[in-house]
Design a protein around this ligand. Structure first.
Ligand code: GLC
Length: 564
């Protein structure tokens, strides 16, 4: 199905599936494509317009599928190509669109291209990757630090040199300066477009162009490797590569893209989504949720302040207003659970889950709901390092506990709080063993609260987080003030609430959100006629704002709308 209206997504809501944890249809303990198909009515019932699924291609799963060994086939643990076709058809039958993850900054080291390239300097695939000789003393070609810790270079014995991997050792970077990569990727896009995909989430694509002189960078005291993003983020090649893909495949076929951007300067982001440049459609700022940590280190959290969240959102939204759209998300598969991080898991758990959604999803942008957030899932309570799966976790453990001898209990505590696995638990469908996710042994521990926080229980409860999400997504659609209205913050510096107005064409929407355990007063701007406001959503049964001075209960949220 090809949709030639490139802008349909501006009023859309996306649902993000992490397939390994969604639903297991065959009892092997891992979610699969037939499992997604089986649950499409559930996804549709949320009121979403499009689905983006994380990867399910043939992969050794060193980084859970972000290490692709065959771009044209499905990993047997996820099913078959026929399962994919059925899934895609069924998604379209329900009037939704389907986006796949295109992971082409790197491949798996088990991809046939890399196997050949690593085996011999004469390989026709040698220039598909980036190999360099070590320095004179035999050490790595540069002191760049990998995103997942350690060096970005891995020694390759058969050819006595090193290959570049910005991510894990098993994720060698493709050499986009070789035009053959463009041809290969254009072919991959054409292949999936032919099978019916509607768009792509481009993984780590603003890392595709590297400064191939590989200069050494500064390091932190006592560290061997340094953060080198200035040499591989948003360089000119990225514009060139995506524009060519746009011209060759994406544009003519009406395929829409959302690009993951990490460490991207705002001016560059504006260029990326300028329609005249024919590059990307939506922007997904990986670092949108980096404000509660020290610099780039996710394992060094700093206490959450709602004012920091607002300032971050304001930064992107005010700069992009009228120029482009960013994805709005409170969590994804690279983060711990939003509720554990920004909300509360105590008495006001449910209220705060609703408040987070209400605060985020009425901003300017395209909402992306990460599976399980609509249930109010919290971080998984892992008991030992052996229960973790993620390569990032194990690299961190090795560096901090095994090599540096740090206190294992302290490291486990931080991993429970901040690891990616904390947000990747299987979806609980009911309160049966393993939450009805699988009849086998789940690949990752379920969340502790699955007996009560599960789809079946929340479906029946009209007051549940799930049913709040359904209402929210319903009232969100079709309103100009939400799609393109200006954002006027109320008390941007407040550390107690996140509140704003959205205005367009004589219509104003107010989203008021108390982020504390106590009562908070939100003062609406002068001249605002609170009596005229219609309440669209409330997590405390409110049916009026009751004036311009709104006294809000702990973790209360309300959304109201009126016409001038
Ligand atoms: C992206 C993905 C993340 C993955 C990384 C390397 O950031 O979201 O899960 O580990 O790219 O592919």
């Amino acid at each position: 199905m090809i949709n030639r209206d490139r802008n349909w997504w501006q009023d859309a809501v996306f649902y993000q599936i992490y397939p390994r944890s969604f639903f297991d249809s065959d009892g092997d303990g891992e979610g699969d494509l037939a499992g997604i198909t089986a649950k499409l009515d559930y996804i549709k019932s949320l009121g979403v317009d499009a689905i983006w699924s994380c990867p399910y291609f043939v992969s050794p799963k060193a980084d859970n599928g972000y290490d692709v060994a065959d771009y044209r086939d499905i990993d047997p643990s996820f099913g078959t190509l026929d399962d994919w076709k059925t899934m895609c058809d069924e998604i379209h039958k329900r009037g939704m669109k389907f986006f796949m993850d295109l992971v082409v900054n790197h491949t798996s080291d088990e991809h046939p291209w890399f196997r050949s390239a690593a085996a011999s300097k004469e390989s026709p695939y040698r220039d598909y990757y980036i190999f360099r000789e070590g320095k004179e003393d035999g050490s790595e070609p540069s002191n760049w630090m990998s995103v997942f810790g350690g060096s970005t270079w891995q020694y390759n014995e058969p050819t006595d040199d090193y290959y570049l991997h910005l991510f894990a050792v098993k994720q060698p970077d493709l050499n986009w300066q070789n035009p053959k990569i463009m041809d290969e990727v254009a072919d991959i896009i054409a292949y999936w477009a032919g099978l019916g995909v509607d768009g792509f989430r481009l993984d780590a694509f603003n890392n595709s162009d590297k400064d191939q002189t590989f200069p050494d960078v500064e390091t932190m005291p006592g560290e061997k490797y340094g953060f080198a993003s200035q040499h591989y983020v948003s360089r000119p090649g990225v514009d060139e590569y995506i524009h060519e893909l746009y011209k060759r495949e994406l544009g003519p076929k009406g395929l829409v893209t959302v690009v993951e951007l990490a460490y991207c300067p705002v001016q560059k982001a504006i260029e990326y989504c300028d329609p005249a440049r024919e590059e990307f459609d939506m922007l997904y700022f990986f670092d949108m949720l980096n404000f509660d940590q020290e610099g780039y280190d996710k394992f060094k959290p700093i206490p959450f302040k709602v004012s920091d969240l607002k300032k971050t959102m304001n930064h992107w939204i005010s700069n992009l207003h009228g120029k482009g759209y960013c994805a709005l998300f409170i969590g994804n598969h690279d983060q711990c659970r939003a509720l554990s991080r920004f909300g509360t898991t105590g008495k006001y758990r449910e209220r705060s889950a609703k408040t987070l959604a209400n605060a985020m999803y009425f901003l300017e942008g395209v909402p992306y709901v990460y599976q399980g957030d609509e249930l109010g899932m919290t971080n998984t309570d892992f008991q030992s390092i052996d229960e973790y799966n993620d390569v990032e976790v194990h690299n961190y453990w090795n560096e901090h506990v095994v090599e540096k001898g740090e206190d294992p209990e302290k490291v486990l505590e931080i991993l429970r709080e901040r690891s990616r696995d904390a947000g990747r638990a299987p979806i609980p469908w009911d309160d049966s063993p393993n939450g009805g996710f699988t009849t086998g042994t789940p690949w990752l521990r379920l969340g502790a609260e699955y007996k009560t926080v599960n789809v079946q229980a929340e479906d029946k409860d009209s007051d549940s987080v799930l049913n709040f999400y359904r209402k929210l997504l319903k009232v969100r659609h079709g309103k100009q003030c939400i799609i393109r209205g200006e954002t006027e913050w109320i008390d941007l510096d407040s550390d107690e609430h996140m509140s704003y107005l959205r205005k367009a064409e004589g219509e104003t929407l107010a989203s008021l959100n108390n982020f504390t355990d106590h009562e908070v007063t939100v003062c609406l701007p002068e001249g605002f006629n609170a009596d005229k406001a219609e309440i669209l959503l409330s997590n405390c049964g409110r049916d009026t704002l009751g004036g311009t001075t709104v006294k809000m209960s702990p973790w209360e949220c309300v959304t109201a709308i009126w016409k001038d």
